[in-house]
Design a binder for this molecule. Structure first.
Ligand SMILES: *Cc1c(COP(=O)(O)O)cnc(C)c1O
Length: 357
């Protein structure tokens, strides 16, 4: 069997969830498990987080998968419904839905529903992607409040730059949110992972932790708040070939790496078709038998090559960690012009998820 796999540590997941809750002890938490729980497997992750206050997903398909698997907690559709025919389904399964535009308000007003829906009323405080502008809030809030299909309203916004320390843009978004919601009595939710970690004033009625649940930090690795996070996914494989190359010999497509000294090279069963980033540069960290070394040569579809100089006895079959506890996903991301989010969500179905509780 091909040795590539992604081990998912459910203890670490639970630790990270409880860590988020400990930062915001008076808040409820909607654990964000959209995109198949950032590639970790939404149903298993939801079952492991049996004490989560709610879950957040991107669409009704993701929510239905959870309900059909027996998940009973509240589920928020973070972008609401995409078409009006989703509303009766959302009512039947009691999903909470974001409402971010006038079309969604009209659909709600015109729908015939057996039960009213709890909604998350989204305000655009500066991200400029989804939500009502602050000056639209009073009128639309009043319309939704008057709508028979609306049971309860939570107010929400989303930050564009909460991962940046001392960023006035986040302070400005917080201030705009306060102004826009002044006088409205409703629970509020504004904190994603970076805000939960770094902006204590954002830990209000509901936090919405995503990436931090999976143990990657959206902010600096060396912040004390980041250090408490435990990686959940270990992407691993094994050496399938070991060879010695002489000075001047090159490795792989495009001969991107040329040996400047006699080099032991390990070939790993892991490539971009598994979701490992092809953009990873020479020097991207990787661990063989727990010892950190580096990628040399271009990542190909099914294989990549590593420098075994620090591992004179490494042999075929030895374990390779692409990211996990020894090499953090954030480090690989930094060497690949991307972020841990895309690494996790990019792991392909060729890689089996193996759960460890
Ligand atoms: C994805 C998402 C989150 C979680 O973001 P992280 O940066 O992963 O914590 C929170 N809120 C909304 C609306 C989202 O779409």
């Amino acid at each position: 069997m091909r040795p590539a796999r992604a081990c998912i540590n459910l203890k670490a997941l639970r630790h990270n969830y409880h860590y988020a809750k400990s930062l915001a002890p008076h808040s409820k938490a909607a654990a964000i498990i959209k995109a198949n729980a950032y590639g970790h497997g939404a149903v298993v992750v939801a079952r492991a987080l049996y004490d989560a206050d709610a879950f957040g997903v991107a669409c009704i398909e993701e929510a239905l998968e959870l309900r059909e698997s027996g998940i009973t907690q509240p589920i928020v559709l973070l972008e609401g419904v995409f078409t009006p025919d989703e509303l009766p389904l959302a009512a039947r399964y009691q999903f909470m839905i974001a409402v971010h535009n006038v079309e969604q308000v009209e659909w709600l007003e015109q729908a015939q529903l057996t039960q009213p829906l709890a909604i998350w009323f989204k305000i655009d405080t500066g991200m400029h992607r989804l939500g009502f502008a602050p000056e639209q809030v009073p009128a639309f809030y009043a319309r939704l409040k008057a709508c028979a299909n609306v049971a309860a309203i939570t107010l929400m916004t989303h930050f564009a730059r909460a991962d940046e320390v001392d960023c006035s843009a986040t302070e400005q978004q917080i201030a705009r949110f306060k102004t826009a919601t002044q006088g409205i009595q409703a629970p509020v939710s504004i904190a994603n992972s970076p805000a939960t970690l770094m902006w204590p004033s954002t830990r209000l009625d509901w936090i919405r932790p995503g990436i931090m649940l999976y143990g990657a930090t959206p902010v600096a690795e060396d912040l004390p708040e980041s250090k408490a996070l435990q990686p959940v996914m270990t992407l691993e494989s094994a050496l399938i070939s070991v060879r010695e190359l002489g000075v001047g010999e090159s490795i792989g497509y495009g001969a991107r790496f040329t040996c400047e000294q006699p080099t032991r090279v390990g070939v790993v069963a892991m490539g971009y078709a598994d979701g490992y980033p092809r953009h990873a540069v020479n020097g991207t960290p990787v661990a063989v038998n727990g010892v950190r070394t580096r990628i040399i040569g271009r990542v190909s579809m099914d294989m990549l090559t590593v420098d075994l100089t620090p591992l004179p006895t490494a042999k075929v079959g030895d374990r390779v960690e692409l990211w996990g506890n020894t090499v953090r996903a954030n480090e690989v991301a930094a060497h690949s012009q991307t972020i841990a989010y895309t690494l996790f969500t990019g792991v392909t179905r060729r890689v089996p998820l193996v759960y460890q509780s």
